[in-house]
Design a binder for this molecule. Structure first.
Ligand code: PGA
Length: 253
């Protein structure tokens, strides 16, 4: 049985005061939703603050990005070991904003996944197609290429430890969500792809849906058999909405 996971991707939002208020409001929700895992991913600069607030609570902490190198002349980058220094559990890798705005390639994404695993972090491998790719019938090919880059670099064994997040680019921050059926179709496709390498690992891999997850649609999305939780952007900044999404995951058990 896969344990549901709800992650908040705060993106470039937050402040010392706002983060404290949000986490204060979420603390009882994490206690209440004891059957699921909950994590938040603040900007790097707030990781020490958030990690310290969450110490001893059921809320785990993730970073939004990391470098694929150990240390040295990589101005502006943050290494996996630095994240470990602050008790960070997860790291988002290959978010579509990193791919589209900062030009991250499948090869770089695969290297980051491998580095995160080596250093004991759980990478959250983000994959997803653009609207043009979906419309032109290339959706499965695009997602398969993104997944295969990691299979080639790290083998199927990586998928025993990492989390996959399917985030259709057209649904991110747009208010347009994939229907539960559309999400299920792609999640099943990803699981089948992994099952070609190992049915046992594929059955265990947590696959999150992301893209305009809200308090209104979370129940229906999480009811799908291959949707194991959500990667939540905008709605994760509002305590009430994020709490409702966590409760939907808890209710899907
Ligand atoms: P959204 O973002 O929920 O605001 O669409 C999701 C994400 O980018 O992870």
């Amino acid at each position: 049985m896969r344990r549901p996971l709800v992650m908040g991707n705060w993106k470039m939002n937050g402040s010392l005061v706002a983060n404290q208020a949000l986490l204060d409001a979420l603390a009882p929700v994490a206690t209440e939703c004891s059957g699921i895992d909950i994590a938040v991913c603040p900007s790097h600069i707030y990781l020490p603050q958030v990690s310290s607030i969450c110490e001893g609570s059921a809320i785990q902490v993730g970073a939004q990005n990391m470098c694929d190198q150990d240390k040295g002349a990589f101005t502006g980058e943050v290494s996996a070991e630095m994240l470990r220094d602050f008790d960070i559990n997860y790291v988002l890798v290959g978010h579509s904003e990193r791919r589209a705005i900062y030009g991250e390639t499948d090869v770089q994404v695969a290297a980051k996944v491998e580095k995160a695993l080596q250093k004991g972090l759980v990478p959250v491998l983000c994959v997803g197609e653009t609207l043009e790719e979906r419309k032109s019938g290339d959706m499965q090919q695009v997602i398969e290429t993104q997944i295969r880059a990691v299979l080639q670099h790290s083998t199927i064994k990586a998928f025993a430890q990492l989390v996959v997040a399917y985030e259709p680019v057209w649904a991110i921050g747009t208010g347009e969500t994939a229907t539960p059926e559309q999400a299920q179709e792609v999640h099943a496709f990803i699981r089948d792809l992994l099952a070609q390498e190992s049915a046992e690992i594929a059955a265990r891999t947590t696959i999150l849906y992301g893209g305009s997850v809200s308090a209104a649609n979370a129940d229906a999305l999480f009811a799908m058999p291959d949707v194991d939780g959500g990667l939540v952007g905008g709605a994760s900044l509002k305590a009430g909405d994020f709490a409702a999404i966590c409760r939907a995951a808890q209710g899907s058990l």
